[in-house]
Write a protein that binds this ligand. Sequence first.
Ligand code: B1M
Length: 215
Amino acid sequence: KITQAVLSGDLEGVRTNVQTALEWNYDVTDILNNGLLKAMHIIGNRFERNEIYVTELLVSARGVHEGINVIRPYLMERGESLPRRGKIVIGTVAGDLHDIGKNLLGLMLEARGFEVIDLGVDVSATAFVEAVSRHQPDVLCLSALLTTTVKAVGSTIEALSGVKQSGHRVNIVVGGAALREEIASALGADGYAPDAVSGANLIEEMVQREQAYSS
Ligand code: B1M
């Protein structure tokens, strides 16, 4: 029922079904993984097959958020926090104010259990470098929608090479209408994704690979 409510964008249904599952003593991790996140994977697959539009993706991501908000206080009560798959810093590069695609990717990642630190729009290279040093994320996500801001993606990646040299390994994933695979790799990015779903898939794979390597 939780999965169905998320898939149909029924926020009230998500809230009440999650609440009922909690009252029936279902484990919160079970509710998260087998109810909420399961829906996100189904909707992601539909998007990749061009069966749904971005708006439907957004509505489902909001549904997952709604469910997570119901679960959160129960976890806090038990002195636990949400199980985190990894940490992500995300932002739109300097000179660029477009944020709908970035927000969608952020929502998708949160819905999959990642901690997402969103720096907003028009983020300078210095601010990205500071955030990476401070938060030590697994992946840094840069979004750019304008051909004029592609340069800012390059200068941000260049500025971050100093942080990489100082020992913290951060993967850089870029995306947005102004970018393509070849441009991304020429700029020195570790990954490129054309849309939010493939971005979330790529980031999930990258983090899993890094975690398997370091354990
Ligand atoms: Co602007 N704008 N805009 N705009 N705008 C575009 C991008 C444009 C293509 C319109 C056009 O002319 N056809 C054009 C860019 C042309 C170019 O450079 N090649 C353009 C322009 C020129 C401008 C201004 C310069 C206009 C002006 O003032 N003369 C100006 C620039 C302001 C600035 O940024 N400094 C401007 C302003 C604006 C608004 C503020 C009015 C508004 C933005 C509102 C906001 O974001 N809060 C806006 C909008 C809405 C658009 C369009 C119409 C829609 C963008 C959008 O949100 N799409 C856009 C035309 C279009 O795309 N049809 C346009 C929906 C969103 C889900 O898609 O963000 O592409 P998108 O995200 C996609 C993928 O790109 C990807 O995932 C999403 C899909 O799942 N993705 C990532 C995005 N980030 C990712 C990161 C990843 C991975 C994937 O990994 C890190």
